[in-house]
Design a protein around this ligand. Structure first.
Ligand code: BTN
Length: 299
């Protein structure tokens, strides 16, 4: 007897019912396989440019991505059932676009962990499992890739989300010669073993739409305190890498536009570009703190 994989039962109807009243024209589509849900929605939008109709909001879920994309040109690996991969495409007209990707992270974190006990956010939008009490390190739980395209005055946004659901089976033989310990990524089942990809989608999607609509109306400032509750970088020494440029300093939270504040000996820097990579620095496994600098006031 062979162990045939069971078909995944997606709650498409329940999601549609929860979302459509506040997002008219919304549709849900599930594909067994695609290169990347973000690439597919961007292709569809560009292909529809000649048609002067509104781009209807769509949720595209893929059970398998053959060329999933991450931030900064990286790949995004996932496995059917072991990960949840989807993109939401919609036209948005926010008062100000700054902070959009942070809002997505805040929304996911709050849906998965309302009490802010276990899920943190690493600017701009990585969702992390906080370090455990047994000394486990922080581990990435989900990633977000936001892309936009224009049609006249209209701006279409594709919000791609990848969430690890089940523990990744690491190939320990392949890592046998690694110099540092290989840490598997975090997953939803570390927090809630009964959750699977469909139930996680139902848990996060309606709230995400509400938060996006709140952002479109009021901008990032109402989300600033919500980010601060989960900010895993705050007070830590970070290294900001932008191309060949590197700045190190103490992370001091985000401002009302969602820019990361990094205090360096030369003063406070506001980091706005998402094309940067932020690394928390640690020394001997302990948190590194910025050395006090004469005349420079920390956060
Ligand atoms: C990151 O952390 O680098 C962002 C990862 C984003 C991955 C998701 S999975 C669904 C959507 N389709 C993609 O190709 N990427 C995003």
């Amino acid at each position: 007897m062979t162990d045939e994989p069971q078909p995944i039962r997606w709650p498409a109807e329940a999601i549609w019912q929860a979302v459509e009243p506040s997002l008219p024209g919304f549709t849900v589509e599930v594909l067994p396989e695609i290169d990347s849900t973000n690439s597919e929605l961007m292709r569809r939008f560009r292909g529809s440019l000649a048609i002067p109709s509104q781009a209807d909001p769509v949720l595209l879920v893929a059970e398998r991505q053959t060329a999933g994309r991450g931030r900064l040109g990286r790949n995004w690996q996932s496995s059917p059932g072991g990960s949840l991969t989807f993109s939401l495409g919609l036209a948005l007209e926010p008062v100000d676009w700054s902070g959009l990707s942070l809002v997505v992270g805040i929304s996911l974190a709050e849906s998965l962990d309302p009490l802010a006990g276990t899920i943190g956010l690493k600017w701009p939008n990585d969702v992390w499992l906080r370090s455990g009490h047994k000394g486990e390190p922080e581990r990435k739980l989900a990633g977000i890739l936001v892309e936009t395209a224009n049609r006249g005055d209209q701006r279409y946004v594709v919000i791609g989300i990848g969430i690890n659901i089940a523990p990744l089976e690491l190939d320990f033989e392949a890592h046998a010669n690694a110099l540092t310990a290989v840490v598997p990524p975090g997953c939803v089942q570390d927090l809630a073993p009964e959750q699977d990809a469909p139930s996680t989608l139902l848990k996060v999607l309606p709230q995400l739409i509400q938060d996006l609509q709140g952002f479109a109306q009021f901008g990032f400032s109402p989300f600033q305190a919500r980010f601060a509750r989960r900010d895993v970088l705050s007070g830590r020494t970070v290294q900001v890498l932008r191309g060949a440029d590197t700045v190190a300093g103490e992370a001091c939270g985000v401002n009302e536009a969602g820019a990361l504040l990094v205090h360096t000996p030369a003063g406070m820097n506001e980091i706005t570009s998402s094309e940067v990579s932020i690394r928390p620095l640690s020394v001997d496994g302990a948190e590194a703190r910025v050395a006090p600098h004469s005349g420079a006031r920390p956060c």
